[in-house]
Ligand binder design. Structure first.
Ligand code: UDP
Ligand code: MG
Length: 332
């Protein structure tokens, strides 16, 4: 079964056009499907339209209403928690992602991939967005360790176990594509078309995008904290060079009047370096606590082959201490 998850925030102008293109694609798949719309606190009548769509398509269209606007990624997570399919596709509601690409994403999953990302090679957005996004993709590729051209494209497909793991992480500032990639064995990208936004304006401004990037960096690496320790070491090295130069200068030219001042500098920088190192060290411990409280699974077991499961192995869920069948959050 294929589940399509669509986050919706004030998209009333796009919803009927979206559905008239999405529905034939889903019906043409030749497999069971469901569409899950997540209303992310819309105030423009989107919710009412979605509910009418759900009523007209008994059971195959469902709507999750969030209590207020929580952001695109939170909305997708809320949808992920309700999905029933084995393959989950995410899609934007503004028709920038053509629904007609969905069969190609599914074919790539069928070919054995856990995650398939869309790559908007010809992106139809403002130029500052394209530039920012190029930097963002390079950074994300390094931090997550899975290189991709387009982490921002939300036309993506995931296997169910990836979605379950992402939901179980229950992260407060989740960046869904990056999190999903960190749990996938086989990830691929396919080129997808990209259109201009059909109606309405982008919900992202520079500030919201910067927040998203910062979340990503701090959510996936201790790099900012480790940079402090590195700065400390750098200061020590520079200071050692300074001291060597001072000693040489004194040996060659003899004592100078301003020598005392330089000595003061050299001593001062020892302490500055020490301070940076101390911050970095504290940061390292804080970072470890952060990794622990985040409770991402250390590993994921997909199967145990040969012989019966031992008691211990039966309970193994990678340390996340949650078992899907008893999920208190009401997943079906
Ligand atoms: N969206 C959402 N909540 C938000 C912002 C956006 O659910 O707080 C949805 C929006 O309705 C759309 C998708 O996320 O379906 C992508 O948003 P948008 O088109 O504004 O982003 P862009 O294409 O400019 O990156
Ligand atoms: Mg858009």
């Amino acid at each position: 079964m294929i589940s399509v998850v669509v986050p919706v925030f004030n998209e009333s102008a796009n919803l009927s056009a979206l559905w008239s293109r999405l529905r034939p694609v889903l019906e043409g798949l030749g497999r069971p499907w469901e569409a899950l719309f997540v209303d992310d606190g819309s105030s423009d009548g989107s919710l009412e339209m979605l509910r009418a769509m759900a009523a007209a398509n008994d059971g195959r269209v469902r709507v999750v209403e969030l209590a207020r606007n929580f952001g695109q990624h939170a909305a997708i997570l809320a949808g992920f928690r309700q999905v029933r399919g084995d393959v989950i596709v995410t899609l934007d509601a503004d028709l920038q992602n053509p629904p007609e690409e969905i069969p190609r994403l599914i074919a790539a999953i069928d070919a054995g991939n856990d995650v398939v990302g869309g790559w908007r090679e010809e992106r139809q957005d403002e130029s500052w967005r394209k530039y920012a996004s190029r930097m963002h993709n390079r950074l994300t590729s390094v931090i997550v360790g899975v290189p991709m051209h387009d982490y921002g494209c939300m036309l993506r497909a995931y296997r169910r176990h990836i979605v379950d793991t992402v939901v179980d992480c229950d992260e407060k500032a989740a960046f869904v594509p990056a999190l999903a990639n960190s749990f996938a064995k086989r990830v691929t990208e396919i080129r997808v078309a990209h259109a201009e936004r059909a109606e309405g304006k982008s919900k992202y401004n520079l500030l919201r995008l910067a927040t998203l990037s910062l979340n990503l960096i701090t959510g996936f690496s201790l790099l900012p904290i480790q940079a402090l320790s590195l700065a400390g070491i750098g200061i020590f090295i520079l200071d050692a060079i300074l001291v060597t130069l001072l000693v040489l200068h004194r040996l060659i030219f003899g004592p100078q009047q301003e020598g005392a001042l330089w000595l003061l500098f050299a001593v001062l920088f020892v302490f500055v370096g020490l301070e940076f190192l101390a911050f970095g060290l504290i940061g390292e411990y804080v970072g470890r606590i952060y990794i622990e409280v985040r409770r991402r699974p250390t590993y994921l077991v997909r199967g145990v082959y040969g012989g019966a499961k031992t008691e211990r192995a039966a309970n193994d869920d990678g340390g996340s201490q949650r078992n899907y069948p008893n999920d208190p959050a009401g997943r079906q």
